[in-house]
Design a protein around this ligand. Sequence first.
Ligand code: SAM
Ligand code: SF4
Length: 448
Amino acid sequence: MKKLFIKTYGCQMNVYDSARMADLLTPIGYAATDTPDDADMVILNTCHIREKAAEKVYSELGRLAKLKPQRDGMLIAVAGCVAQAEGKEIIARQPAVDLVVGPQSYHRLPEMIAKVARAGGHALETEFPAEDKFDALPEAAHEVGATAFLTVQEGCDKFCTFCVVPYTRGVEYSRAPEQIRSEAERLVERGAREITLLGQNVNAYAGRDAAGETWTLARLIRRLAGIPGLARLRYTTSHPRDMSDDLIAAHRDVDALMPYLHLPVQSGSDAILEAMNRQHTADTYLRLVDRIRAARKDLALSSDFIVGFPGESDADFAATMKLVREVNYAQAFSFKYSPRPGTPAAAARKQIPEDVKDARLQALQALLSGQQDAFNARCAGKTMPVLFEKPGRRAGQAVGRSPWLQPVHVDGAANLIGQIRDVRIDAVLPNSLKGVFADAPREKALAI
Ligand code: SAM
Ligand code: SF4
């Protein structure tokens, strides 16, 4: 067997794609290794969302280029959004790269590898091919843990003015419900108890079945929730504009749908939201949050924020802080605006100085981490179902997730993996919880 090392950058969709690339290369004789040092093929599955993410790829390529002369026949591939955005520029900048493949064409990797082996030189695939990538992928063969990702939707037509995704991932595309269901069943057969449905705009899901009927994400969730052995469902990432009534109702009705929702708002200022082309205001977002919370009282919210978007004034930033106080998030990700070549905002004249971005990011993160700490602190003494995923770092410990995605540590044997057990939280650590198995029966609805 040849050895394959895949390094994944960026979002969960890349994690999914990396697993599928491994599935694709298994039949042609590649098995995973966990270091590039002994690899026959290294794939960097890249992210282009912020400048830093892209730059990291080039420095890793520099390290790999030094390794290549010591490993006869070693192949270096760049996949993902940097591959899509920069194409042959990558080979010009780092000639040690053999293959460049975009996120829509990685099913062609085996023939690209064969071509390079046969004829030498480089292989490049960054078109959006006519055939369905998912039809061309083999059944999942990679190791499946207690939790698994499943991409149901790709691409984005929203064109937020800061974002490269519509350019690197293409237009919105939804997989057929039957195809998703059989992949989900296979993941469950292989050990998954929880599946997270993925899409750049997952709640814009509109997959057509064999009868030509279009399914919403809510309908898909209701169907998947019936798979025997599947205990938990999640989905990410959602756009506020596509948060439909039937999806909100699914949060009320479907027990397997976990009470946690990542619903990025980006900013609390209407002027900035408009300049971002987000197609919602702070007020429509807040009213949406109220409706979701009315449907599922214990739902915890998370979000993404961008500070220092071009033209953002002190008053705009204050509006973001105000919105955060009103929503009260359980978790959040916040970033300094990073101009991306080719996006409208990158050409805006009023770019914000770095020191202002830094100060705003610090203030926002302090507020958000205070909210996260308070959310975790409210869990102390509660009993909650925990899905165990892996052994803890300390011997004799297992780690799982609460319904609200918090890591929970418990002293217990490794055979807990894949089980859901009731745990009473007895300690709140900086980014996780610690608990003991509860003998008391689980409370049905936890209001925290
Ligand atoms: N589709 C999701 C949505 O609508 O919110 C987000 C997808 S994007 C992969 C993840 C996050 O990266 C965004 O929510 C945004 O906060 C951040 N992001 C995207 N472009 C950015 C940029 N140019 N600078 C800084 N952060 C950015
Ligand atoms: Fe990017 Fe999300 Fe906006 Fe699409 S909706 S352009 S993925 S931030």
